[in-house]
Design a protein around this ligand. Structure first.
Ligand code: SF4
Length: 915
């Protein structure tokens, strides 16, 4: 066994992992106690990374290059040489006939910095197009423009160390407890040490993070700017601003003050839907604290006023001097592991390498010299949504997609589908062949993934860490940079360019080229080497030549990287969300993350254990809104926006205010589909922020209605997760299909379906074959007149596969039976009921599965509530009792916020808190 030190590949916290392998397989992971960002901690996702590397979880890997030369044909296996020559020929011809902007690259914040660098050089340096954008556009571009418009550079000024010292935490638009659990754990530890520390949370939903707050501002979606301006109004009125800091280190405050003058707390209370007194309290706590640290994420960024939200919050820090000091500052949390690295190499369509500007002739000349190319583009390229729009119009003819899944993650998926169908060539460079985007690819290039790659990533606190391979490249996969480099060399020869521009020896040689690009820039890392990272561990930028160490905190001297050296107030009045609710679409739909899942589920979706906390796609709505529509938890509903519709099961969610609905972002078509749905983003909005071009994924106007789909089906089977993929073929013939792995003592797959009438007999026959429900040992029941049928296979007294089709009441009766498969419970007592004409006798006889709160120890909510029901004492004593009796919350700590919520002041809660 060998142990390799690397970094978790999920969120931007960038936790260090120690990876144990036998040279061929990764068998275990643990937190790296020497990693300065995480100090040995991992959340549920990081601590199960090794489970994503089992043979079963890896069944969906792309293994060898595949291509088709005719649209609609099946892709065939081909050699790397033949595939890359084919793609280079097509790209060269397209560029010659239509110019460099007729091709586009859509890459990913999960690429390593070295991969990103090569792609950026390929597009902007070799081909001469800025049409390279990244899925970071969907999560971070408003943070980028927010920093640039105010502080002068795309550089988060704070560090995780500030979590240990802040006296007031201001969390806006971030369910940190779920999205960055290790950071939230550190914040909670700091509050335990200093109970007087204040936590303010701004979030439309009462998330696990909000539930822990001293003050929760449950604003209406998209109204953050009004809140921040009203807080500034209070600070001005009560003379809580830091006038010396404003006068000495900022500019534009007069205009900002003039704007804030009219933004009274009572005005903002009306706009935001909260109490004016709470706005006053928030402003006082923020300004009076000796150190206020703001943490923010997608709630600010994924908005049509994302730049204004970021800049208004940063403005509060400038107005109070809460920046550049221990424990203070605005601190954007990155969603993806290497969104920061991508920003550093200029991997966005709107930037050049090392925070340079495409519109600046001197910056372009520097890059032409550094890259040894005749020209780089002088204007921004097409950003994510715009790139796919241009493809749909036929203007971008060739799309190269790397390490991302746009048919799951972009908003307004009907238009993305149109783009992928219209493009003349779609190249997909991916580790996984089973993503929602894969069927659209004409060319599939298998790439290496976490545990197999070598390079660097940068986390939210500007810390660069080495990513190291623990196992060899699988099958015929190649590293992302190798593929881009090889393709670039072949393309260069075809377009008469210098192929040596795209030739690299290894990851380190690429990084050294990137390092040289940063010389003299705000993110200068010319003093850093791979050797230093290997010897001294992860380091923060800037780290210029001659420096002994990296830089923990920026702007301590009050000098900002603007032309005047002063930070700027960004003066923009509050604008409502782009798509207002109305009589036709009366509900505000917002999206967010689940604790145990990651983005489009290509990796976590293959680990059944991660479905224990939240088992299936559910739409959350307030209990009152459900009652007004005569709906109840468990009903199937239709969610419809101006772009499309989907079907999903609804549940009452007390974390939501009336008028709101909530869907986790993760459920793509593979998990939540049907004939007309491509998953969650079928209905989300494509409205863009005017500066950051980031789409408003956090708000869409929708209507929710009961559906009339009388034919229902529930099927479960003990099976490996790979069966999920085979079941996809059944989606097209039914209006609703939801397919998920089952987490439990017995691994399996669960399928729900609904349609207006029973599908053709062949549909059920295919399903029965896939679930092995055709043998003589299968119990059968058929009532063709009422379109009811059942197939149940038992092993002893355990259900190992079943499907029940009929009207909704049949399905309700079968839920407990389905749950018994996962738990392995005996159904001996109910056996005689299995073939009864009416299943009602079965309904309620078998317990429904309780969600798993603590994944590490498999502790379910019902056991936690049972212990709490007989435990007395204060919150600390009750938590200790839970930990002593059930061991929950003693390992990774990701469940601690939920345990504390359940302990709460109201005693144990019946339901799970919303994500
Ligand atoms: Fe990975 Fe969790 Fe750490 Fe994020 S918080 S980097 S997902 S272990």
């Amino acid at each position: 066994m060998t142990v390799t030190r690397s970094v978790c590949c999920y969120c931007g916290t960038g936790c260090g992992v120690r990876v144990q392998s036998d040279g061929q397989r990764i068998v275990a992971v643990s937190g790296d106690p020497d990693h300065p960002s995480s100090r040995g901690k991992l959340c549920t996702k990081g601590s199960t990374l090794h489970l994503t590397m089992t043979d079963k979880a890896q069944a969906g890997r792309a293994r060898y290059p595949e291509m088709r030369t005719v649209r609609g044909a099946k892709r065939e296996r081909a050699s790397w040489d033949a595939t890359l020559d084919f793609v280079a020929d097509r790209f060269a011809r397209c560029i010659a006939e239509h110019g460099p902007d007729s091709v586009g690259f859509y890459v990913s914040g999960q690429l390593l910095t070295e991969d990103y660098y090569v792609f950026n050089k390929l597009a902007k340096g070799l081909i001469g197009t800025a049409n390279i954008d990244t899925n970071s556009r969907l999560c971070m571009s408003s943070a980028v423009t927010g920093y640039m418009q105010t502080l002068g550079a795309d550089a988060p000024p704070a560090s995780y160390e500030d979590l240990d010292h802040a006296e007031c935490f201001f969390i806006a638009g971030s369910n940190t407890a779920f999205a960055h659990p290790v950071l939230f754990g550190r914040l909670e530890e700091a509050r335990e040490r200093r109970p007087e520390t204040k936590l303010i949370v701004v979030d439309p939903r009462r998330t696990q993070t909000a539930a822990r707050a001293d003050l929760h501002l449950a604003i209406l979606p998209g109204t953050d700017v009004a809140l921040f301006h009203a807080m500034l109004h209070v600070m001005l009125w009560e003379q809580l601003t830091d006038d010396r800091f404003i006068a000495g280190h900022t500019e534009g405050f007069d205009a900002m003050r003039a704007l804030a003058r009219d933004c009274t707390p009572s005005w903002a209370a009306e706009v935001c839907g909260i109490k004016a007194d709470d706005i006053v309290t928030a402003a006082r706590w923020f300004a009076r604290s000796r150190s206020t640290l703001s943490l923010y994420c997608q709630g600010l960024n994924q908005s049509s006023s994302g730049t204004a939200k970021n800049a208004a919050l940063i403005g509060l820090h400038l107005a109070t001097g809460q920046i550049g000091r221990l424990g203070a500052g605005p601190f954007s949390l990155t969603g993806q592991p290497n969104a920061m690295g991508g920003r550093e190499v200029g991997g966005l369509a709107t930037t050049l390498a090392a925070h340079r500007d495409l519109g600046n002739p001197a910056h372009r000349a520097e890059m032409e010299r550094l890259w040894n190319v005749p020209r780089v583009p002088d204007r921004p390229g097409l950003t994510a949504v715009e790139l796919f729009d241009a493809a749909a119009r036929g203007e971008v003819k060739m799309l190269w997609i790397a390490c991302t899944n746009p048919m799951q993650s972009l908003p307004d998926l009907p238009s993305v589908r149109a783009a992928l169908e219209k493009a003349e060539l779609v190249v997909l460079q991916e580790a996984y062949a089973n993503t929602e985007t894969a069927p659209f690819a004409d060319v599939l290039l298998p790439a290496t993934s976490w545990g197999e790659k070598d390079g660097t990533m940068t986390n939210s606190e500007r810390r660069i860490a080495r990513v190291r391979a623990s196992v060899p490249k699988p099958h015929e996969a190649r590293h992302d940079w190798e593929i881009a480099s090889d393709f670039g060399s072949r393309l260069a020869r075809r377009i008469g360019a210098d192929a040596s521009v795209m030739t690299f020896k290894n990851a380190e040689s690429i990084w050294m080229e990137h390092r040289e690009c940063t010389r003299g820039r705000d993110l200068d890392i010319t003093g850093l080497t791979y050797a230093i990272l290997d010897e001294r561990g992860p380091q923060q930028w800037p780290f210029p030549e001659g420096a002994a160490a990296g830089t923990t905190r920026l702007y301590g001297d009050g000098v900002f990287p603007t032309a005047s050296g002063r930070a700027k107030f960004f003066v923009e009045a509050y604008r409502p969300v782009a798509e207002s609710v109305d009589a036709r679409y009366p509900l505000r739909l917002t999206t967010g993350r689940l604790r145990d899942q990651w983005h489009g589920l290509s990796r976590t979706g293959a680990v059944p254990e991660l479905f224990g906390h939240v088992a299936e796609p559910r739409l959350g709505m307030s209990p009152g809104d459900l009652a007004r529509r005569a709906l109840k938890s468990g009903d199937l509903v239709r969610v419809e926006s101006r772009r499309g519709a989907l079907h999903v099961i609804v549940e009452a969610d007390e974390a939501l205010r009336s008028g709101q609905a909530y869907l986790p972002m993760h459920w793509g078509k593979r998990y939540l589909g049907g004939a007309e749905s491509d998953g969650v983003n079928t209905v989300t909005s494509r409205a863009l922020d005017p500066l950051s071009r980031q789409p408003e994924l956090k708000h869409a106007a929708v209507k929710v209605s009961a559906v009339s789909l009388p034919w229902r089906l529930l099927a479960v089977a003990e099976a490996p997760p790979a069966l999920l993929h085979e079941l996809q073929s059944l989606q097209a013939d039914v209006a609703f299909a939801s397919i998920v792995p089952i987490a439990g003592t017995h691994e399996g797959v669960l399928l729900r379906a609904a349609h207006s009438k029973a599908p053709p007999a062949g549909w059920l026959a295919t399903l029965d074959a896939l679930l092995e429900l055709q043998g003589d040992d299968v119990l059968r029941y058929d009532d063709t007149r009422r379109a009811r049928s059942r197939r149940i296979r038992l092993e002893g007294d355990r259900v190992v596969a079943m499907r029940i089709a009929g009207e909704p009441s049949c399905i309700a009766a079968a839920e407990g039976l389905a749950a018994s498969l996962a738990s392995g419970a005996s159904i001996a007592a109910f056996r005689r009921l299995l073939l009864a004409a009416d299943l009602h006798a079965l309904a309620g006889s078998m317990p429904a599965a309780s969600p798993i709160v603590c994944r590490c120890h498999g502790v379910r909510a019902d056991r936690i509530d049972a212990v709490l029901a007989r435990t007395t004492g204060d919150a600390r004593a009750r938590l200790a009792a839970l930990q002593r009796e059930l061991a929950c919350g003693t390992e990774c700590g990701s469940c601690l916020p939920e345990l504390r919520s359940r302990i709460g002041t109201d005693g144990p809660k019946a339901g799970r808190m919303a994500a």
